[in-house]
Design a protein. Structure first.
Ligand code: FES
Ligand SMILES: [Fe+2]
Length: 399
């Protein structure tokens, strides 16, 4: 393979390396950035519904700081934090039936930012209707609070997913918002690296036999150590891979995983139980150098909690993190935003390359004024299929 060219031939010596860069167009998510504007065309989970109460909380999404609360009429509000009066934060506000009241001079705003009271002004504020606290639309579905932070005239329908639309008796949806699925644990919410490092990891089946099965011992099941034969394909809403394995007992299986726009990850059971995937994850960018995961999963109604083969991530010592690194160590270890300029992408990275290319294409569509894949305005078309799972080939199971 050709060596990276550097000034003078240094024989690979680390001295005098070129300055490092990353591809800002597919990683940065702030307002006005290409990827940020692409992201803002979709609904994003911003909180687990059960954790949204009358106590205001700070949330940071797509590089924007916001205040989240639930009013006494069970409506959820997501407002810009600086009070429209003189700018103190609504984090110290109090919530009642009608909305949130600023601590400083008591101006009150409803969940759509209308100013509904100005107690220091004559008549409770004769001109209060001229004031509007910036707000974003929210909805609740599958145990999560979803926000739309894009142009109002482009607001799509909140997608639904077939796997959660036909619950069987004795089943429920478990909604979570922790770093568990990114190699962390249930006590940690935010992962300190760029969202793309996690999302593109979904199209990287080759780290499973190494990182998760041999390097760090068996983190899922021993069968994951079999090097798979992989085919990657574009699909309407993103990308899929199918990983074929012949197990030691003779059974053959295809493990199908999806990465859908803008940051959906659908990973079948990591213990290889057969059938369609029962859960969906969303890799929500907090800002350019942090993300958080939300998951919804179909579970038995009496489900008591997840079983991890690992010690909780936050209980591990530095030595244990070194001895048994997982997704957290590998992805955060790539740095706050991984430097694409010094990568040496190889055959096994085909899925990562294809996913980045597909992402660039969607970002370009938004730049040109179009609607990206998966943005739907017709409620009749807003139920998406989860076409992922561990599929055992029938002949191999019966023989
Ligand atoms: S700063 Fe909020 S009411 Fe005055
Ligand atoms: Fe992984």
């Amino acid at each position: 393979m050709q060596q990276a060219t550097r000034k003078g031939d240094t024989g690979g010596n680390a001295y005098g390396r070129e300055p490092l860069t990353y591809d800002a167009d597919i990683t940065e998510v702030g307002p006005g950035t290409p990827c940020g504007e692409f992201m803002r065309r979709y609904w994003h989970p911003v909180a687990v519904s059960a954790k949204v109460t009358s106590r205001p909380q700070n949330v940071r999404i797509l590089g924007e700081d916001l205040i989240l609360f639930r009013d006494g009429k069970n409506r959820v509000g997501l407002l810009y934090p600086r009070c429209a009066h003189r700018g103190t934060t609504l984090y110290y506000g109090k919530v009642d039936e009608n909305g949130i009241r600023c601590c400083y001079h008591g101006w009150q705003f409803d969940v759509e930012g209308h100013c509904i009271d100005q107690p220091c002004e004559p008549g409770g504020g004769e001109h209060k209707s001229r004031v509007r606290q910036p707000w974003y639309p929210v909805q609740e579905l599958y145990g999560l609070v979803w926000a739309y932070m894009g142009p109002p005239d482009k607001q799509p329908v909140l997608p639904r997913w077939d796997v959660f639309e036909a619950l069987q008796p004795g089943e429920k949806i478990l909604a979570t918002g922790s770093s568990f699925g990114a190699g962390g644990d249930d006590t940690v919410e935010i992962v300190p690296c760029n969202w793309l490092q996690d999302w593109e990891n979904i199209m990287d089946p080759f780290h499973i036999p190494i990182l998760h099965t041999t390097f760090s011992g068996v983190q899922f099941v021993p069968e994951m150590g079999i090097m798979p034969e992989v085919v990657w394909d574009p699909v309407d809403l993103g990308m899929r891979y199918s990983a074929y394995r012949k197990l030691d007992d003779g059974r053959e299986m295809d493990r199908v995983t999806l990465a859908l726009f803008p940051h959906v990850r659908i990973v079948p059971d990591i213990r290889l139980s057969g059938g369609p995937a029962k859960g969906i994850g969303w890799v929500v960018p907090v800002d350019d150098t942090h993300f958080r995961l939300f998951h919804t999963t179909r579970v038995p109604a009496d489900f008591k909690g997840r079983v991890s083969t690992r010690r909780p991530w936050s209980d591990m010592t530095e030595e244990e993190h070194q001895n048994e690194p997982g997704d957290w160590e590998a992805q955060v270890g790539q740095g706050p935003v991984s430097f694409h300029s010094e990568e040496n992408l190889a055959t096994s990275d085909r899925g990562v390359v294809m996913l980045r290319r597909a992402l660039r294409r969607q970002i370009e569509i938004v730049k040109q004024g179009g609607d990206p894949a998966g943005v739907v305005f017709d409620p009749a078309k807003a139920v998406f299929k989860v076409e992922a799972g561990n599929f055992y080939r029938e002949a191999s199971v019966t023989t």
